[in-house]
Ligand binder design. Structure first.
Ligand SMILES: CC(C)(COP(=O)(O)OP(=O)(O)OC[C@H]1O[C@@H](n2cnc3c(N)ncnc32)[C@H](O)[C@@H]1OP(=O)(O)O)[C@@H](O)C(=O)NCCC(=O)NCCS
Length: 172
């Protein structure tokens, strides 16, 4: 089975998608297409295979964001001017439970990095951030995301990854 990652299309089969998390299922099923096509506030990318090319196995959503520089630990923003930092928000990422543990999450986040690097070549943007579920922190940490301290003690944890680190990793 060959996996492809491409932009979400209107007639993709999302109704049966189940990653085990209702808000992430609901977003794909109810909002992802509208937010992409009508609202222009988030673009979703889906993993599909060559056997059933419209059945969504996993997805992620990207949007632009900007965050006050002081929201980040000093060591990550040292030397930057006192402007809001332009960023890419990895707004959602999920894999259908039936396909978990097969590297689809890895393929999705790798594609999110490739897209982010292309964007950062054209438009100033320094980092990727995501608001990670606490039981997924270790999964994101594998890719170099670090927690941004100082947020709420419960709920999702904001994590930060400098795009220069990603670029360096891809170069190697
Ligand atoms: C997190 C998620 C995207 C991973 O997708 P996946 O396709 O199963 O991941 P991969 O197959 O690429 O990677 C699996 C690897 O990650 C590891 N892993 C899985 N969950 C982990 C966790 N919570 N912490 C650390 N490692 C984890 C597995 O042990 C496996 O390790 P291995 O490569 O050494 O065997 C998927 O579990 C998911 O969609 N979960 C529900 C939704 C969710 O939590 N999304 C994230 C929102 S912040």
């Amino acid at each position: 089975m060959a996996i492809f990652i491409r932009r979400l299309e209107e007639h993709d089969e999302v109704a049966g998608f189940n990653c085990g998390d209702d808000p992430l299922n609901h977003y794909l099923q109810r909002h992802a297409w509208t937010n992409q096509q009508k609202m222009s506030i988030g673009v979703s990318y889906v993993a599909v295979d060559d056997v059933a090319p419209h059945a969504v196995l996993g997805y992620f959503t990207l949007a632009m964001a900007s965050v006050p520089r002081d929201a980040f630990p000093k060591k990550y923003v040292r030397g930057l001017p006192p402007y809001d930092l332009p960023l890419i928000l990895l707004a959602r990422l999920a894999v259908d439970q039936r396909f978990a543990g097969r590297g689809i999450g890895h393929a999705l986040i790798s594609e999110a990095f490739r897209i982010s690097l292309r964007v950062a070549d054209e438009v100033g943007c320094r980092a990727i951030v995501t608001d990670a579920y606490r039981d997924r922190l270790a999964w994101y940490a594998r890719y170099g995301f670090v927690p941004v301290e100082g947020g709420a003690p419960t709920g999702p944890q904001r994590m930060f990854l400098d795009l220069r680190t990603v670029r360096e990793a891809f170069r190697r």
